[in-house]
Design a protein around this ligand. Structure first.
Ligand code: ADP
Ligand code: MG
Length: 135
């Protein structure tokens, strides 16, 4: 069994719709077990560490503003090949390019506001789980 880190981004959490529930239902339907789940307002230094790989890129400041703009839902998810399977389930970074039926294709609204995050690799998953949920 492998674990990965998943996050529902602020624009989805802020909207008073059923989308958070629908997204978590899609995750469960794909065979993931939820091992951690928390509504968090992430502090700016935490988000800066989370997205350290993007420091200095043109969209970095905007990304930090966005992720700290309101509460997010953070989850630890477990299943076989969790990292790869969750990335497949969420779809491409740009919702306009995400495959039909993926979470980002269904719920994303722009390249920045793309509804959800999933760890890109096993090392990222461990780092992100430790950063958000501790050891
Ligand atoms: P992913 O979330 O698919 O792993 P990245 O790690 O490349 O994608 O980017 C992190 C987040 O930064 C994206 O999910 C998106 O919210 C935002 N982002 C990425 N690239 C851009 C861009 N070119 N313009 C605006 N926002 C971006
Ligand atoms: Mg990434």
């Amino acid at each position: 069994m492998q674990k990965t880190f998943f996050m529902i981004k602020p624009e989805i959490v802020a909207a008073r719709t059923q989308r958070c529930g629908e997204i978590l239902a899609m995750v469960n339907a794909d065979g993931f077990r939820i091992t951690e789940l928390a509504l968090r307002r992430l502090a700016r230094p935490t988000v800066a560490e989370f997205y350290a790989e993007h420091h200095g890129k043109p969209f970095y400041d905007n990304l930090l503003e966005y992720i700290t703009s309101g509460p997010v839902i953070c989850a630890g998810l477990e299943r076989e090949d969790a990292v790869g399977r969750l990335r497949a389930l969420i779809g491409a970074t740009d919702p306009a390019k995400a495959a039909a039926g993926t979470i980002r294709a269904r719920f994303g609204t722009s390249l920045t506001q793309n509804a959800v995050h999933a760890s890109a690799g096993r090392a990222d998953a461990e780092r992100e789980l430790a950063l958000i949920f501790g050891r």
